[in-house]
Write a protein of this length. Structure first.
Lengths: 370, 381
């Protein structure tokens, strides 16, 4: 084991409080810390202002406070090819993609990790709320101790070789403690607001953003029985279980999106939060990654998350051919959405995950979901 | 590990003699050169002497020297100031694709305000051709701006030939001599230019000061509005201490230029020889025999700029890609894109090394060895 002062750790710095504290903690522990800002998206507006410039300025201020060198690296092209193209393709297919999962898989823990290694780094550290633990010669990924901030959902595609090279120093801390450390050390980002939403959209209107890239095709809104309830603005603007923005008035319970018919461009809606059409008993997931590196051969009882920040649900995972699984829910689940990630856990250990491809009820695919 | 500075084209260390010249001014001569009292006159005397030195260094007269805050301001004043004052004669301007952004962005600004700008291309040699300029000239052309030495490649542009061509034309001729001043002898009369930009900090003077040579006959509008300083062409209380420091830097440069140029040429050769001996794969961007001794721009096939620069810095070699940065990340060089086309790999695998006062034969050798190790590691991964 190398001395800490001879162990180079590249910290992926976003200009936010989490990665700032990550760098601070590693520096305090005595590592040779290098801060690198990643630019994945050009959001320069007509005034030449771009949030990346402001975020980079914060990286500069924090790195100077910590007396560590800082650099930047541009992955706009890779991000466009690997993440944004996927993002648009999924919307075109009527699904609800998760670009953060893809960004972690293809950019942060691939292109960026490679870049860090090319700089002679021993490790790449980020401000994610997750924990890596070495057990024997294998690596396990555990949830962050702050339940509310745990980010293993987004990290479900990491492999053994990646985990052997990463550090998540914040995984053992509650967010409140991270803010406290930042404030105590007067870090320039101590009181900076956490970023919300998808990084390349930022605070902008989602519909407006998407319409810049995909032509919206307005169409009919109808119940599953074919009763017309109005017009939709384009299927891509809606997700399963959505209530807001449907514009259906009248008496009774609110209306919800329950599915999409891509072929005929119909948005399916039904009345009532508890409507039966929103419930399913299983799903088919593809693109499975098992963090221990072993393919699934036997049915597995575990818990699963179908969306970020949802409580775990009990499931049984049955392997099918071609890196596909059938996930059977112990109790019916509401508003499972194709394109989102399903992530599996055994207590605190994140086992891996995949992409939700089909929704199953009574052993048949729910075709109306899309 | 010692950091070795190979980025003199970005900025250069301040010569200790320059500092010695500045300190007494800051301590004793605080007067405003425009004031009509003893204190003002003391400052004014320093300012006038400095102006004489600047003028003599390019064979101009002192009325033709306009002190500015540096190269960028001088370039902006030259372009926008003359364009606005001469638009009744035409609205066409010619410059090149390889100018510094101080020129390119000033030209963009004029385009948005109704001027037509022609950007001359360059060949792979890194130089523009006089023929292309001849073809671009019209009766509407009021200004031609071509840099004397490119800041990224060091390639010398055919400024004298252009001036020859423009002799009988109404157009003014401006040259950005920021990289040339200090490496090439400059005589504005012999060269035949009407406007010429110089910056202090590239020749070991302080930052924040420079001058524009503007021939007496040139019609030019001020960009700032205020007092009567610099014959109304650049109002604002003069930065006397920096101007005196700049003066000292000019004097030292004039005394030592030829020997320094020789020294830097040997550094450049040593540097390239070591890379060759270490069997590093590289090529020189731009025609090497037509470049100043201080700058060399090298392409390392199979590597990329960000990885190279970060690795160099982490191992104590300070160089640059010679290009603009946004949010700290390196944009592909517009100069190399003009030479090779924007898709060429050389636009994203090239590094500028520039030699100067911070170098010794020993640290150049050491830097070349470090560079060789890194390039070989990155290109054989």
């Amino acid at each position: 084991m190398k001395d800490k002062k001879d162990t180079r750790v590249v910290v992926g710095m976003s200009g936010g409080v989490d990665s700032s504290v990550t760098a601070l903690l590693l520096k305090e522990q005595g590592y040779d810390v290098v801060g690198i800002f990643m630019k994945n998206w050009d959001d320069t507006d007509e005034n030449g202002v771009c949030t990346a410039t402001e975020d980079f300025d914060d990286v500069v201020r924090v790195c100077n406070q910590l007396d560590i060198p800082y650099y930047a690296v541009n992955f706009e092209k890779q991000y466009w090819d690997k993440v944004f193209t996927y993002f648009l393709d999924e919307y075109k297919a009527g699904r609800t993609p998760n670009p953060d999962v893809m960004c972690n898989k293809e950019i942060k823990f691939k292109a960026f990790l490679d870049h860090a290694l090319s700089l002679g780094a021993d490790y790449l550290a980020t401000g994610h709320y997750a924990q890596v633990r070495k057990v024997g010669d294998r690596y396990k990924m555990l949830r962050g101790v702050d339940d509310n901030k745990d980010q293993t959902y987004f990290l479900n595609q990491l492999s053994q070789s990646v985990l052997s090279r990463v550090m998540f120093p914040l995984g053992e801390l509650p967010k409140k403690e991270v803010r406290r450390i930042a404030a105590e050390n007067n870090l320039a980002t101590a009181h900076k607001k956490d970023s919300t939403g998808i990084c390349f959209i930022g605070e902008r209107n989602f519909k407006e953003f998407l319409s810049e890239y995909l032509p919206a095709q307005p169409g009919k809104m109808a119940t599953l029985d074919g009763v017309e309830k109005g017009k939709h603005e384009g299927l891509m603007y809606y997700t399963i279980g959505q209530r807001q923005g449907l514009g259906i008035g009248g008496p009774g319970d609110p209306w919800f999106v329950v599915g999409k018919n891509l072929k005929d461009n119909i948005l399916y809606v039904e009345q009532g939060f508890e409507h039966d059409a929103l419930y399913s008993d299983g799903l088919i997931a593809t693109d499975l990654n098992w963090i221990d590196g072993q393919p699934l051969t036997e049915p597995l009882e575990c818990t699963a998350k179908f969306r970020y920040r949802q409580n775990d649900s009990k499931v049984t995972v049955y392997p099918i051919e071609n890196n596909k699984v059938h996930v059977v829910f112990d109790e019916n689940e509401r508003a499972i959405t194709p394109g989102q990630a399903v992530v599996f856990y055994h207590n605190e250990v994140c086992l891996g995950g995949g992409t939700i491809d089909e929704i199953i009820k009574d052993e048949k695919p729910l075709d109306y979901v899309g | 590990m010692d950091s070795i500075y190979l980025d003199h084209a970005a900025t250069a260390p301040v010569n200790p003699e320059v500092i010695h010249a500045m300190v007494p001014v800051l301590e004793n001569t605080f007067g405003n050169p425009s004031s009509v009292h003893h204190f003002g006159r003391q400052a004014r005397r320093l300012l006038d002497r400095a102006r004489e030195t600047m003028a003599a260094s390019i064979h101009a007269n002192e009325k033709e020297i306009v002190f500015t805050s540096g190269g960028t301001e001088a370039d902006n004043l030259a372009l926008i100031g003359t364009a606005l004052a001469n638009q009744h004669k035409g609205k066409h301007i010619i410059t090149t694709e390889i100018e510094h952004h101080a020129i390119l962005h000033a030209a963009n600004y004029l385009e948005k305000r109704g001027f037509n700008v022609t950007y001359l291309p360059v060949s792979e040699t890194g130089a523009i051709s006089v023929e292309s300029l001849e073809q671009a000239l019209t009766e509407e052309t009021i200004l031609v701006s071509v840099m004397m030495v490119n800041n990224e490649t060091g390639v010398i542009q055919p400024v004298k030939q252009i001036a020859e061509l423009l002799k009988e034309h109404q157009s003014y001729f401006h040259t950005d001599a920021v990289q040339a001043y200090g490496t090439l002898p400059i005589d504005v009369k012999d060269l035949g230019v009407d406007l010429l930009t110089v910056s202090s900090h590239k020749i070991n003077g302080p930052k924040g000061v420079g001058f524009l040579y503007s021939k007496e006959s040139v019609m030019m509008e001020a960009r700032q509005h205020g007092g009567e300083q610099e014959r109304k062409r650049r109002p604002g209380t003069e930065n006397v201490a920096s101007i005196v420091g700049f003066q000292r830097a000019v004097e030292l440069m004039m005394e030592n230029r030829e020997t320094m140029v020789q020294t830097y040429e040997t550094y450049k050769q040593t540097f390239l020889q070591i890379l060759t001996d270490e069997q590093v794969k590289f090529s020189v961007n731009g025609e090497r025999d037509n470049a100043v001794s201080t700058i060399i721009n090298l392409s390392f096939p199979g590597a990329n700029v960000e990885s190279l620069l970060t690795n160099f810095d982490l191992s104590g070699v300070a160089a640059s890609s010679g290009s603009a940065c946004t949010a700290g990340s390196v944009e592909p060089s517009h100069v190399l894109a003009a030479m090779y086309g924007s898709e060429d790999a050389r636009c994203v695998n090239s590094i500028r090394f520039s030699f100067g006062m911070a170098n010794t034969n020993e640290n150049v050798i050491e830097a070349a060895r470090r560079v060789a190790i890194i390039v070989k590691r990155l290109t054989t991964l």
